[in-house]
Design a protein around this ligand. Sequence first.
Ligand code: TRP
Ligand code: SF4
Length: 400
Amino acid sequence: MFSNRVVSGMRPTGSLHLGHYHGVLRNWIRLQHEFECLYFVADWHALTTHYETPEVIEQNVWDMAIDWLAAGVDPAQAILFIQSRVPEHAELHLLLSMIAPIAWLERVPSYKDQQQRLADRDLATYGFLGYPLLQSADVLIYRASQVPVGEDQVPHIEFTREIARRFNHVFGRDQGYEEKAEAAIRKLGAKRARLYRQSRGRYLEKGDTEALAAGRALVEEAQNLPLGERERLFGYLEGGGKVVLPEPRALLTDAPRMPGLDGQKMSKSYGNTIALREEPESIVEKIRRMPTDPARVKRADPGDPEKCPVWEFHRVYSDASRRDWVQQGCRSAGIGCLECKQPVIDQVLAELQPIRERARRYLDDPTLVRNIVADGCDKARKLAQETMREVNEAMGLDYN
Ligand code: TRP
Ligand code: SF4
């Protein structure tokens, strides 16, 4: 029932750069050939931090869609859509909020981190606190099994798993399931029954996986129980019968980390990016101006690639023999820094040229992008509505 669906989103907060491309987008593009993929522009998520500048959202949304298409996301393979055009995301967010403990939300690392990092904005809002819960709704509404994201998003996917588990625990038990499970527990004998209940409670309330393992061992040992009842107890240990919302897992790229021009993580807020649609002259200029190992003051001074951000680019773009050439040439002052940078310049230009070319088509014909996205929104909405039917039923809202 729960297919290998893939869901991911990005906040439309500016043009995409090489960090996005190597960190996430290439993964999206690879996955679209293997799985049913849904990729969306998370415009509501952008509002949680940028609610004071709503006028920039529209432009950013279309720029982002163009960046994706230009990078190789294929609308014939993947569903591309905009979060706010599928209002079921908000509906599920609301329903999940009934069971989302505030303490779980406050504990998500990005909550306090971002409040500190973006101290010039007031992020003591309900919407910002609920950011990870909205993200959970984005994923759970498609019952996705995999979520390709950057490393920074892993805590949000973990949170999503916990919310799904809790939802299934509270709302996923089918008719009479509990009574049947309770009857089976009693057959374990008084002592084992008590231990089973303890393990189950610790796992469901705190996510304690050791308690889960202990509970499973107990059931395994109860050889006098028929297999059917043991299976029921295994299932009950994890919260119930029906899995209305399956737990997804995060999917990271195995690509090397894409550094910024200054060696820090590539990020718009550090001003160290190369945009996917950056003009070639600007790319050349930026790489030529990249800082290098400060020890190389004069051409004859040897350097150490480990202390140089250009080397980080070679790790992404160069094969073993070129990397050797850099190592030797840098340490012996056999090559100059501009010489060392040239192959990086060539590689980045070669990588981005087809992207810029593909973008042209969409920039010249804006209705093309609008149509692709409108079609994606329709498709996504149908899938979302299927899940909402089951969610409403599980939550007692299917009356008329
Ligand atoms: N929070 C994600 C980011 O900042 C964007 C996002 C929103 C997302 N909803 C999602 C990613 C659902 C994956 C799945 O990058
Ligand atoms: Fe960096 Fe290359 Fe210069 Fe060495 S030679 S400092 S690796 S740019």
